[in-house]
Design a protein around this ligand. Structure first.
Ligand code: BGP
Length: 470
C-alpha cells in the first residue's frame, strides 16, 4: 500500500558537490594534491580525465544555480578550494581573485533562494604542504588550515551561515595512508595514518575555534561518511570485530567532533599496536572545547565484517587493522554493480538512531547519498533527457527509512543528494554519474534528468508517495 511521507517543515532538500570536483582548475593560485596527482600520473584516472575542467562550474555557475533552482533545491553544499582562496599559504592571506569568485557563488545562491553550505576541505590539500611538511602528518599544517579557515570566515562568514570544516576525513586516512587509493598511495602506513587521524580532528577543532572567535551568526559542523558495521553473526568475536571497525571508521571522527574526545578503545588499540599518535594536553583541550554545532552524514553503503580467522604477521613499520576485523562477503545482498557498493537503505535508519541514542540527538542532515551509474547515456530518451528511474527508486527507498527515523524522534533537518550536477570524482573521474542534471563532456551542456523533475516534485510537496512498506 502506498503512503504519503511528509517531512518536517523547513526541511533541507538539496545536493552536494565540491570545488575540485565541479569548478575546474582555472586561475588557481596553487596546485592541490589532486591537481598534482593528475598532472604527474594521468593514467591513474578513469579515461585519463582530470579535474582541469570538471563540470565547468567556474564558468557556468550562474546557469548551474538556475538549473538547481529549477529542480526546486533549497540548499546546496560546495567547497572552497584552499588552493584558490589563499595567496600565501604560510600567512593565510587572501587571494583577491579567488575571494571574488566565492563571493559570486554566495551571491548567486542567495539570488536563487538556495541556502549555501561552504565546506573547507574535500581531499584537496595544497601539494606544496605535502611536499614540504608531509601533509596531514604535520601539526604545522593544522595551523595553516586554521589560518585558511579564518580567512574564509572573515571574508565570507557574513554572507554564508552554514560551514563545515572537512568532508570525510577518514577517507584521507584510509585512501592515502592505508589502502593506497589516493596519492601518495601508501599502503599499511599505520603510524602515519593514526597521526593523520588525530591531526585532522585537531585541524577541525582549530577551525571551529576560529569560527567561534568571530561570533558570527551561523553554524559550523563537519561532514562524516558513516559505514555502519554489521557483523557476520551474533558470536562475540564477530560482534567485537564490528565494534572495532566502527571505532576505527566511524567513531574515530564522530566522537571528537561531538563529544570532544577519541574513542577510548581505539586509543588502547593504537597504543598496543605501537602506532598511537603524538598529542599534548593543550591540543586535547582544543578538541574538547571546540565541538560541532551540527553534523552532515554521508551514507552510501554498509560495512559487513567478521572476526579475523588467522593472525597476519606484518613486516616492521607496516600496519593494517586486519587482525581486528575483516571484510565479510555476505551472500544474497543487493549491489550497485558499477560502484561495487552494497545497497542497504535500512542503514540510514540505524545511523539516525545511533546519533539519537549515543550522540545527544545533535542536529544533523544527510549530506550525501546517491547512486553512481556507468554509461547513463543508455537511458537517454527521444525527449533528450536521461530517464534514471533506478535513481528515483534508490532515493525513495532511502528516504522512506529516513522518514521512519524522523518519526521516531531523530533530529534530522535535511537531505542532500550526491549530486546536483554530474561531477568529476577523483580516480573514478566521470565513470559513474550521480547527478539530477547530466553533463555532456564533449559540449559541457548541462541537462535536467528525470530524477531532477522528480526531486522538484518532492520539494514542492515536502514529501512523496512511498511504495515501501518498512
Ligand atoms: C564520496 C565523496 C564524494 C564523491 C562520492 C562518490 O565519498 O565525498 O566526493 O566522490 O563519494 O564517489 P565515486 O564517484 O567514487 O563513486
Amino acid at each position: 500500500m502506498k503512503q504519503f511521507l511528509q517531512f518536517p517543515q523547513a526541511f533541507w532538500w538539496g545536493a552536494a558537490t565540491s570545488g575540485p570536483q565541479s569548478e575546474g582548475s582555472y586561475n588557481k593560485k596553487h596546485e592541490s594534491l589532486m591537481d598534482y596527482w593528475y598532472r604527474t600520473t594521468p593514467e591513474d584516472f578513469f579515461n585519463q580525465v582530470g579535474p582541469t575542467v570538471a563540470s565547468d562550474f567556474y564558468n557556468q555557475y550562474e546557469n548551474d544555480f538556475k538549473l538547481l533552482k529549477e529542480i526546486g533545491l533549497n540548499s546546496y553544499r560546495t567547497s572552497i578550494q584552499w588552493t584558490r582562496l589563499i595567496d600565501d599559504l604560510e600567512e593565510g592571506s587572501v587571494n583577491p581573485e579567488g575571494l571574488a569568485f566565492y563571493k559570486k557563488i554566495a551571491q548567486e545562491a542567495k539570488k536563487n533562494d538556495i541556502e549555501l553550505v561552504f565546506n573547507l576541505h574535500h581531499f584537496d590539500i595544497p601539494i606544496e604542504l605535502v611536499q614540504k611538511y608531509g601533509g596531514w602528518t604535520s601539526k604545522h599544517v593544522t595551523d595553516l588550515f586554521a589560518k585558511f579557515a579564518k580567512c574564509a570566515f572573515e571574508n565570507l562568514g557574513k554572507e554564508v551561515k552554514y560551514w563545515v570544516t572537512f568532508n570525510e576525513p577518514i577517507v584521507i586516512v584510509e585512501a592515502s595512508y592505508l589502502d593506497g587509493h589516493h596519492y601518495p598511495k601508501y599502503v599499511g602506513h599505520g603510524k602515519e595514518a593514526a597521526q593523520v587521524m588525530y591531526n585532522l580532528a585537531l585541524a577541525s577543532a582549530k577551525a571551529i575555534q576560529e569560527y567561534k572567535k568571530l561570533n558570527l551568526d551561523g553554524k559550523i559542523g563537519i561532514i562524516l561518511n558513516l559505514t555502519p558495521s554489521y557483523p557476520r553473526s551474533e558470536e562475540k568475536e564477530d560482534i567485537l570485530a564490528g565494534q572495532i571497525a566502527d571505532d576505527m571508521l566511524n567513531r574515530s571522527f564522530l566522537e571528537p567532533a561531538v563529544l570532544g574526545h577519541f574513542p577510548p578503545r581505539l586509543i588502547s588499540l593504537f597504543e598496543k599496536e605501537g602506532i598511537l599518535w603524538e598529542s599534548c594536553e593543550e591540543e586535547l583541550q582544543i578538541i574538547e572545547e571546540n565541538k560541532v554545532d551540527f553534523l552532515g552524514l554521508n551514507y552510501y553503503h554498509p560495512n559487513r565484517v567478521k572476526a579475523p580467522e588467522k593472525e597476519v604477521k606484518f613486516p616492521p613499520g607496516f600496519w593494517l587493522p586486519l587482525n581486528y576485523f575483516n571484510a565479510y562477503q555476505k551472500p544474497d545482498i543487493r549491489m550497485n554493480p558499477y560502484r561495487g557498493w552494497e545497497i542497504y537503505p535500512k542503514a540510514i535508519y540505524d545511523i539516525a538512531m545511533d546519533i539519537k541514542n549515543n550522540y545527544g540527538n545533535i542536529p544533523w542532515y544527510i549530506s550525501e547519498n546517491g547512486m553512481g551509474v556507468e554509461g547513463e547515456e543508455r537511458f537517454l530518451g527521444k525527449d533528450g533527457i536521461i530517464h534514471d528511474t533506478y535513481r528515483i527508486d534508490f532515493y525513495e527507498e532511502h528516504l522512506s527509512w529516513l522518514h521512519k527515523a524522523i518519526q521516531e524522534g531523530s533530529n534530522c533537518f535535511g537531505f542532500h543528494a550526491w549530486t546536483g550536477i554530474d561531477c568529476w570524482s577523483w580516480a573514478n573521474a566521470y565513470k559513474n554519474r550521480y547527478g539530477f542534471i547530466s553533463v555532456d563532456l564533449n559540449t559541457q551542456k548541462h541537462t535536467i534528468k528525470q530524477s531532477g523533475r522528480w526531486i522538484k516534485n518532492v520539494v514542492e510537496q515536502n514529501g512523496f508517495e512511498s511504495k515501501y512498506e518498512l
